[in-house]
Design a binder for this molecule. Structure first.
Ligand code: ATP
Ligand code: MG
Length: 463
């Protein structure tokens, strides 16, 4: 069949994946070793070669799947088959998950485990979960119950991930012999490493980015080690507990905004909701570099309003235009206005932000030690079994691709798992201050907690 010719050279762990018949196999390793590509090829080749099988490609959220894994699938794995019409895209319906449909009757459903009804309503022969450290053991076991389509002679659940902390369920399950863990290495990826072990040009550039990482991110993403972060500031932070769906936030809850300014470093805007019991939920954020405060102001207003009338045609949209539209009834707020906009102290940036937002701001309470203690207290579960702070999934208005490329944190939750104390100086006290790197979302979060938990102080609110 034309359009199905596939050029793919699996090496190392990728080759091992193709020969593995274990019912659960996870490819883990440093960033860019070719894990996702290997798993996607595994699914594509199975669908091509065995008519009528049903597969699933999943991630924790549908949004993240579409912006990453499926892009690789369409560009690097199934491009020729899609172009030749051997594979067609079906966008899904009220009852059915979106899918790739093969002319031999095989299908690959795609979806996020945040909306499980559609993906779990089918039975499968082969399931691939990308970035599997994001999903819970319950998600994984539930997927396992759907592996009983029985057309393929072997039913298999495969996954790809970067290593995280060594107590993660994937590592534990591997240690207990319940899943096969394949360690994927950079030398397995022919795009980055030649057969003789030297780096390709793309590999040289890519490794330079990984070489620039520090701390636990470096150990995990460059060296591929299941490393624990030593001296975490928010030791109690547990994504399985503290990271929740945005849908828990009720429209009427009180809102707070926090801002940490930056240009070369990320500018961070966090939107928080507070429930009637005083629990805080980070539900949306801007986290990006190299953009002016006035442009952020526009993006902030865009995120919280919607068009309800006929707005004028404009070649560029400014924060001012949006405010005009609101005044003229052409746009309206889709959520409550914040009780306060709590900012980092830079006087010039604050003034610019206020001017463009048309809103006053308050200076953050910036003392570090008590702010961190208040945050730590919130991450602990209270008497009711719940913590008092949550970070929602998929908070980003837009991902900073440059940060993603550099393997830097791209959102607040990604900072929290690597936010650590500076090692004590000789003769000094431990836990005096956190390492000053990748702490921009951490600062904005601390301003939020300080605002609610550190008592009153003179309000210097400028309007
Ligand atoms: N066998 C291969 N042949 C050609 N190119 C490859 C091969 N394996 C990987 N690549 C390319 O290398 C790059 C990284 O691959 P991939 O995205 O699969 O890595 P990954 O291990 O999933 O990375 P991450 O840890 O960031 O998720 C991609 O551009 C991919 O197309
Ligand atoms: Mg990947």
């Amino acid at each position: 069949m034309s359009g199905t010719v596939v050029r793919y050279e699996p090496r190392g762990a990728a080759r091992a994946l193709f020969g593995n018949r274990n019912s659960e196999v996870v490819m883990a390793g440093a960033a860019g070793t070719g894990k996702s590509l290997a798993c996607l090829f595994r699914v594509h080749l199975a669908a091509l070669s065995t008519p009528g099988i049903r597969c699933l490609i999943a991630r924790k959220t549908g949004v993240s799947l579409g912006s990453t894994t499926l892009v690789s699938f369409e560009k690097k794995v199934a491009a020729a088959a899609l172009a030749a019409g051997v594979v067609t895209w079906f966008g899904g319906s009220a009852r059915e998950a979106p899918s790739y449909r093969y002319s031999n009757g095989s299908t690959i459903n795609v979806g996020g485990l945040d909306k499980p009804e559609k993906v779990l309503s089918s039975e499968y022969d082969l399931i691939f979960v990308d970035e599997a450290t994001e999903i819970t053991i319950t998600d994984w076991e539930t997927l396992g119950t759907r592996l009983r389509n029985g057309i393929l002679s072997w039913q298999q659940q495969i996954a790809a991930c970067n290593p995280v902390h060594p107590t993660h369920w994937i590592k534990q399950r591997a240690n207990a012999g319940q899943l096969a863990l394949l360690t994927s290495l950079h030398r397995d990826n022919p795009a980055y490493v030649n057969a003789d072990g030297t780096l390709t040009r793309a590999g040289t550039d890519y490794m330079a980015k990984l070489d620039a990482l520090t701390g636990v991110r470096r150990l995990r993403l460059r060296d591929g080690i299941w490393a624990a972060a030593e001296g975490l500031v928010y030791e109690e932070f547990n994504p399985a507990l503290h990271v929740v769906s945005q849908s828990v936030v009720k429209p009427e809850w009180t809102r707070w905004w926090t801002v940490d300014f930056g240009y070369t470093n990320p500018f961070v805007w966090q939107e928080w909701a507070e429930d009637p019991d005083g629990r805080l939920y980070l539900y949306r954020e801007i986290y990006r570099t190299k953009r002016l405060v006035e442009d952020h102001a526009r993006d902030m207003l865009l995120a919280v309003t919607r068009v309800v009338g006929t707005v004028p045609e404009r070649s560029v949209l400014t924060a001012n235009d949006i405010r005009d539209d609101i005044t003229r009834g052409l746009r309206e707020w889709t959520e409550p206005k914040p009780r306060a906009v709590i900012c980092d102290h830079d006087a010039e940036d604050r003034a610019t932000l206020e001017r463009h937002l048309g809103m006053g701001t308050s200076p953050a309470r910036k003392t570090v030690k008590d702010g961190l203690q208040a945050g730590q207290a919130r991450f602990k579960t209270a008497g009711d079994g719940k913590p008092r702070i949550y970070l929602c999934r998929d908070t980003l208005v837009e991902r900073d691709e440059e940060l993603a490329e550099a393997k830097k944190p791209t959102c607040t939750a990604e900072e929290a798992v690597g936010y650590v104390w500076e090692p004590p100086k000789p003769g000094g006290q431990p836990k005096e201050q956190p390492v000053k790197a990748d702490d921009h979302g951490m600062d904005a979060m601390r301003y939020m907690v300080a605002e609610r938990d550190l008592g009153s102080r003179p309000r210097l609110r400028r309007l």
